[in-house]
Design a protein around this ligand. Structure first.
Ligand code: 3PG
Ligand code: MG
Length: 386
């Protein structure tokens, strides 16, 4: 992929050049009492700072753009990037910010007219100090978290403008892409999250490269059901039980929880082993499982973790996720945290500084591991040089 230095060289310097930077500022927001939207985790904004400052320090006139949430292809105040603009001004002064790209139907549909409007500067940048106007001279993709989407702002500009990968995108592509091929062994993956159907493809891809796969979170119950256990009222995807059974029978080293923290019908939190009675709902891995997962992580040289072990937003069911985060922090392994919920959990537990890499991509990281490439990365590689 072309680098920022390649772009600088190709444009004969960046001073005065207008550069469009696609970022992934799709940050989690919470509503304050004053009905204001407030950023719950600004990792994705801070992570783009390096690229944005590198460009402005060289005199480029930089406009950042991003999507936020899933508005319906038309302007919707609830999804405006205003809260991001405030934070961005502190992270990378002097950078303009365009409004939510998904206010235009042409973004998700990758319509040529939309791409044209974007690269010629017609969309404008309502946030930040405007410096000059008109068409952009170059494009940088630093939106790793959105590069699995073949959307207009991701795949369109590289066909039209001299283009480069930003620092964040480059590092993410190296680390997450490297999981497929270059990971030091033993390589362990820990997967959680609600749904196995979302992650079947990545589970299969991971099983071909990892030495062990530990599974917790909502998705573990479909596996436990496939083993013939009773799972009570826990999350289950009946039409995936067969797939889970096939994976378990494949001879792969899959570690499932041996105990569960559950909520019974009377609202009492109970510890139990693998058989969960009717009326009970498993909501976290139990302490025995957390200790077993800790052993698995401690023995690894590379650990990839995606997805919480339980309903960690509820303190009663946060122990499993906290334990895995702590095991990762203590591990001698190269540790990679992939994705929104696990990254948020690590931040909530204050363990971010002890991880080797916290990815800004959830789905993007999983798709890169699964397929070995992403539409946004391919678009940069295929961008015409000269
Ligand atoms: C994400 O947060 O997963 C990315 O920003 C992509 O957003 P999307 O899932 O709405 O396309
Ligand atoms: Mg997503």
């Amino acid at each position: 992929m072309p680098t920022l230095e390649d772009l600088e060289q190709r444009l004969g310097g960046l001073d005065g050049r207008r550069i469009l930077v696609r970022c992934d500022f799709n940050v989690p927001l919470r509503q304050t009492e004053a009905a204001q939207r407030e950023i719950a985790d600004d990792l994705r904004i801070r992570a783009a700072g390096e690229t944005l400052r590198w460009l402005t320090e060289r005199g480029a006139s930089v406009t950042a753009c991003s999507h936020l949430g899933r508005p319906d292809g038309k302007p919707d105040e609830r999804y405006s990037l205003a809260p991001v603009a405030d934070r961005l001004a502190a992270v990378a002064p002097g950078v303009c910010l365009a409004e939510n790209l998904r206010f235009h139907a042409g973004e998700a549909a990758n319509e040529p007219e939309f791409v044209e409007a974007l690269v010629t500067g017609v969309l404008g940048a309502p946030y930040g100090e405007q410096r000059g106007g008109g068409a952009f001279d170059g494009y940088v993709n630093d939106a790793f978290g959105a590069s699995h989407r073949a959307h207009g702002s991701i795949v369109g500009p590289p066909q039209r403008l001299p283009s480069a990968a930003g620092r964040l995108l480059q590092r993410e592509a190296e680390v997450l892409g490297g999981m497929r091929t270059g990971a030091r062994k033993p390589f362990v993956a820990v997967l959680g999250g609600a749904k196995i159907s979302d992650k079947l493809g990545v589970v299969e891809a991971l099983l071909s490269v990892v030495d062990r796969l530990a599974i917790g979170g909502g998705m573990c119950f479909t596996f436990l059901a496939a083993l013939g256990h009773r799972i009570g009222d826990s999350l289950c995807e009946p039409d995936r039980i067969e797939d889970c059974r096939r994976l378990l029978d494949s001879g792969a080293d899959i570690v499932l929880p041996s105990d569960i923290t559950a909520l019974d019908a009377g609202g009492t939190v109970r510890q139990m082993r693998r058989n969960i009675p009717d009326g009970c709902r498993g909501l976290d891995i139990g302490p025995g499982s957390a200790a077993e997962f800790d052993d698995v992580i401690a023995e690894a040289r590379t650990v990839f973790w995606n997805g919480p072990m339980g309903l960690f937003e509820d303190e009663r069911f946060a122990a499993g996720t906290r334990a895995v985060a702590q095991s990762m922090a203590d591990a001698r392994a190269f540790t990679v945290v992939g994705g929104g919920d696990s990254a948020a959990a690590v931040a909530q537990f204050g363990l971010g500084p002890y991880m080797d890499h916290i990815s800004t991509g959830g789905g993007a990281g999983l798709e890169l591991i699964e397929h070995g490439d992403l539409p946004g990365l391919a678009a940069l590689r295929n961008s015409p040089q000269q």
